[in-house]
Design a protein around this ligand. Structure first.
Ligand SMILES: O=P(O)(O)OC[C@H]1O[C@@H](O)[C@H](O)[C@@H](O)[C@@H]1O
Length: 285
């Protein structure tokens, strides 16, 4: 590990399991926790919100090699299955390894963390801005001599009062690949509802809004550098099959993922770079 950078007063280094460091943020604008494992934003709550914005599974496992269930896993440098090698882990290597913390700063608007990770010829730098708004920007650079395909996701788990009572706005009219059952292309009509397992890849490069009337709020998820939006909720049977999620955990979140998925993979030329960003804020309903 590189020498640890100096931390501002609003950031404290803790260990939630032996050898598993987590940065705890207590700032006038927000509270948050960020694990060095996966550069993973586990929790974030702006002072204006009276309920956490991100869902974190109470059964999440804090162990090198195991992705944290909840928060914002960084799926990189590919989304879901590896494009050609089925022996590679789903959603890439970034979420199951420790990252380096390069810098941590604070100002009256919030806390800024920079972390980095290397995989083969690719380097990832992530900028995390934690304030009244949360912004995660993932910069990828190809340092090699060959073009490399890049996909991935900022796989945000958003906390909800009850999944079956929320809706997602902003995807009306978009083409999507429904990956539950036989893969089928469909067009979204109106709002997205959750009344069964939902696992869809939308062709969408703009924002989505999570409308949660019970929590009297709308969570706005904006993004850049992302041609796909993935919407996921495992529903009842899949939640039971996931060991790091309580059986009824499916009710407590929906995922809105700023993604680069499947045939929208970007080919990074030697020396080329790409930035994938998601920005999250809470508004009154
Ligand atoms: O259990 P994992 O590997 O974290 O993946 C969770 C889900 O992640 C979503 O992005 C995928 O669309 C789903 O198919 C997948 O089940």
């Amino acid at each position: 590990m590189e020498p640890f950078p100096e931390l501002p007063q609003s950031v404290r280094l803790t260990e939630i399991a032996p050898g598993y460091p987590v940065l705890e943020v207590r700032h006038p604008r927000c509270t948050a926790r960020v694990a060095l494992h996966g550069a993973h934003v586990m929790e974030w709550q702006p002072v204006s919100a009276d309920f956490p914005v991100l869902y974190l599974s109470p059964d999440a496992i804090y162990q090198e090699g195991k992705a944290i269930r909840g928060g914002i896993p960084i799926c990189w440098p590919w989304f879901n299955a590896h494009p050609s090698d089925p022996s590679q882990p789903s959603h890439g290597h970034a979420r199951t390894h420790f990252w380096e913390l390069d810098a941590a700063d604070a100002d009256p608007l919030g806390v800024h963390l920079c972390l980095s990770f290397q995989h083969g010829d690719l380097t990832a730098f992530v900028d995390i801005l934690l304030g009244e708004t949360l912004a995660v920007s993932l910069h990828t650079t190809n340092h090699g001599n060959h073009p490399v395909p890049l996909s991935g996701a900022l796989h945000t788990y958003l906390a909800v009062a009850a999944a079956e009572k929320v809706q997602i706005d902003g995807l009306d009219g978009d083409l999507y690949l429904d990956t539950v059952g036989p893969r089928t292309e469909r067009i979204q009509e109106g709002l997205v509802f959750f009344d069964r397992e939902v696992d869809r890849i939308y062709e969408n490069d703009s924002s989505a809004l999570l409308v949660d009337a019970d929590l009297e709020r709308v969570v706005v998820v904006e993004k850049e550098g992302s041609p796909s939006t993935v919407i996921w909720n495992p529903w009842i049977d899949k939640a039971r099959a996931l060991g790091d999620l309580p059986d009824d955990g499916w009710r407590d979140f929906v995922c809105i993922e700023a993604a680069i998925a499947n045939d929208r993979a970007i080919i990074l030329a030697p020396g080329g770079s790409h930035t994938l960003t998601t920005t999250i804020r809470v508004e009154d309903h």
